[in-house]
Design a protein around this ligand. Structure first.
Ligand SMILES: NC(=O)CC[C@H](N)C(=O)O
Length: 274
């Protein structure tokens, strides 16, 4: 069987690469390589050799120009040394080859600013949505209840009943769209796979602090129409074991954290399809 290989990009201010690589391994990937962005730009590491690309959280370029904006331009326009291609050509090929991309927090901001989500009608380099300053005007560091849309094509949320409880930590998590048509398409195609909700996962909410940033339609995460590319503000890699839960000493919890399912689903998909 093919070895399931995950790649986690670091550098320029990411800070969740160790957790993301750990979650990939726990989830079933045979290999999880942490590569500095410079290794991709010099051609030492190629996306072609991996199945699952992780764009992790952090403070890329210190959030200057808006979170992930500079890195979005870098990934879209930078050339790969010694090759007749840009990094974005590798990324486009990666998607065309049926591979997987997960962007968490700063990585989600990066995906939307590159135009890779929601990528309506398969147009992967056209920005139609953004993530900007939290409505409350402050950085938010808290745990959130996230309702899952069971009809979403996202492969990462398959099998989740009701919702998941995960931490958020961001200053720019408010999801916005360019116009009503984009929002209608996102909702109509069930691409808004995660929404901030009440603790019973019954209804999406605009109430603070359950909705920590004022995201339109309480959107916390979206995927593309293939379900293989997903971005979310909460951190699934930060809850892979029960001791990461804020009340683990007081509540009876299963050994496995609720975020691990995202990585298990990704590994399962790779093993079944490559
Ligand atoms: N945890 C993160 O990835 C934070 C993302 C970004 N720096 C923000 O504050 O919005």
């Amino acid at each position: 069987m093919t070895k399931a290989k995950a790649l986690v990009i670091t550098g320029n201010g990411t800070n969740c690469e160790m957790e993301a690589a750990h979650a990939c391994r726990l989830g079933g990937f045979d290999e999880a390589r942490i590569a500095h962005i410079a290794e991709l730009l010099t051609g030492e590491v190629s996306l072609d050799d991996y199945h699952f690309l992780n764009l992790t959280g952090g403070f890329l370029d210190g959030d200057d120009l808006g979170s992930a904006k500079a890195q979005a331009n870098r990934l879209r326009y930078a050339a790969v040394e010694g090759k007749e291609e840009r990094l974005v050509d590798q990324i486009t090929r990666f998607i065309a080859d049926g591979k997987l991309i997960l962007g968490v927090c700063n990585g989600f901001q990066l995906l939307v600013k590159m135009g890779m989500l929601p990528a309506l009608s398969g147009n992967y380099l056209n920005q139609t949505v953004t993530l900007t300053y939290n409505e409350c005007g402050r950085f938010q560091d808290r745990w959130c209840y996230l309702k899952v849309d069971a009809d979403s094509p996202s492969l990462y949320t398959k099998g989740i009943e009701g919702g998941v409880y995960l931490p958020v930590r961001h200053g720019e998590g408010k999801f916005l769209v360019d116009d009503a048509k984009t929002l209608d398409a996102i909702e109509g195609k069930h691409l808004a796979c995660l929404k901030y909700s009440d603790k019973n996962y019954e209804a999406a909410t605009m109430e603070f602090p359950e909705n920590p940033n004022g995201s339109i339609n309480a959107i916390a995460g979206i995927c593309d129409e293939t379900g293989r590319i997903m971005g979310l503000m909460p951190h699934p890699e930060a809850f892979v074991h029960r001791t990461q839960h804020p009340r683990w000493t007081r509540e009876e919890l299963p050994e496995e954290g609720e975020g691990l399912i995202f990585f298990k689903n990704a590994a399962k998909y790779v093993k079944e399809n490559f």
